[in-house]
Ligand binder design. Structure first.
Ligand code: KG4
Ligand code: ZN
Length: 361
């Protein structure tokens, strides 16, 4: 995201409906959000990737071009908002697939420029942090945020909107990525998260001993490893067992137990790290965001472990997965605070999380 630059449009923001656009990965989405919340949300999930077992960047960009206009028209119609009533435009500027991001960014720039509207480039993961508050008005800072998606795994302390302290992150695979890769290894469909969850429901999580990476119990709160996570070794452990089973023809029978064991290990690590953050900060309010927040085992166990003195805010499935309502929510807030992106706003695959600092205290 570009801060207000020399060529930033000197356009004021009058509070009103904000149009949000999201095209960072394989969901094409448009939404209208105003002070009452979500007026409309349209999402087209691209099925074309399933045959490839993962997102194909070129296909994603092409599908966004094909669907974005229709998603915007759909959202505007559902919101009952005329073009002249839109007060600003927010678009995911990163992180994500650059070709996919470019479709949304260029579309939003053209739309805002043509209508003299203020534009804001939004960080996708900050969007996931705001998404939950659209459904739970109490899910606002201060809170501990656990963002678990296909591309990122972040544990942070939100002190205020726009002021975040990074506690930990994954050192290799994102949690969702591990679900997707393990699913693929077990012969399950893409996206893997829901498939693993389904397979795990009939499985015995204790049958296979799987590691809980980065949970040694010897960690010190001052060490990075206290909050950091790693899922690559766990993924490899599952792959090794799968290979053995495949060799003797017993993989199919073992899939539910392997899925359950893997899911339990990921959930154990995520919960342990989150509870460490709760303990160290004294903040017992936790906000979940990102596609893996749909996982029912994670939601149930985390809620139980937080107990009655804590509060877990989790998004509904529609708002956990990529959507433009969360992008519009960030844009509305930042536009109202006087922020603008310039007309030179660009898509950035590795965009830095705005306001996220690594200070230990
Ligand atoms: O946030 P998201 O929609 O897209 C990214 O920003 O990456 O997250 C997608 C990820 C995928 O890896 C998918 O497998 C995972 O969320 N996911 C789940 C579940 N539903 C979706 N992971 C575990 N359990 C689920 N029920
Ligand atoms: Zn996402």
């Amino acid at each position: 995201m570009r801060p207000t630059g020399a060529d930033a449009p000197a356009l004021g923001f009058r509070d009103g409906p904000v149009l949000g656009i999201e095209t960072s990965c394989d969901e094409t989405s448009a939404a209208v959000v105003d002070e009452t919340g979500i007026r409309a949300l349209a999402i087209a999930s691209q099925d074309a990737h399933a045959a490839f077992g993962g997102v194909v960047p070129e296909i994603a960009a092409r599908e966004h071009i094909r669907s974005l206009d229709a998603m915007v028209r759909h959202a505007m119609r559902e919101a009952g908002v005329g073009r002249d009533e839109i007060a600003g435009v927010g678009v995911t500027a990163g992180p994500g697939l650059v070709g996919a991001l470019l479709v949304g960014v260029n579309w939003a720039k053209a739309y805002a420029f043509a209508r003299d509207l203020p534009l804001l480039g939004v960080h996708h993961m900050e969007g996931h942090l705001y998404g939950t508050a659209l459904e739970h008005p109490a899910a606002r800072p201060p809170f501990i945020g656990l963002l678990v998606s296909g591309g990122h795994t972040l544990l942070l302390e939100a002190r205020a909107w726009g002021r975040y302290r990074l506690l930990g992150q994954t050192r290799d695979d994102a949690a969702g990525e591990a679900f997707d890769k393990v699913a693929r290894r077990l012969g399950l469909a893409y996206p893997g998260g829901p498939e693993i969850q389904r397979a795990a429901s009939g499985g015995d999580a204790a049958r296979f001993r799987l590691p809980r990476p980065m949970l040694t119990g010897r960690d010190d709160p001052g060490d990075r490893s206290y909050y950091d996570m790693s899922f690559s070794g766990l993924k490899t452990a599952v792959a090794r067992i799968a290979a053995e089973r495949e060799a003797d023809g017993t993989l199919e029978e073992a899939v539910p137990d392997l899925a359950a064991g893997f899911q339990e290990a990921v959930v154990d690590v995520l919960i342990a790290k989150t509870l460490r953050a709760v303990e160290q900060t004294g903040c017992r309010r936790v906000v979940l965001g990102g596609g893996v927040a749909r996982n029912s085992r994670l939601r149930k166990s985390l809620s139980e472990r937080l107990g009655s003195s804590g509060e877990l805010y989790a998004p509904s499935p529609r708002l956990a997965t990529d959507n433009a309502a969360m992008i519009a929510a960030v844009a509305r807030h930042r536009l109202a605070n006087g922020e603008r992106s310039s007309w030179s706003l660009n898509a950035e695959a590795g965009l830095a999380f705005p306001g996220l600092v690594q200070d230990p205290a």
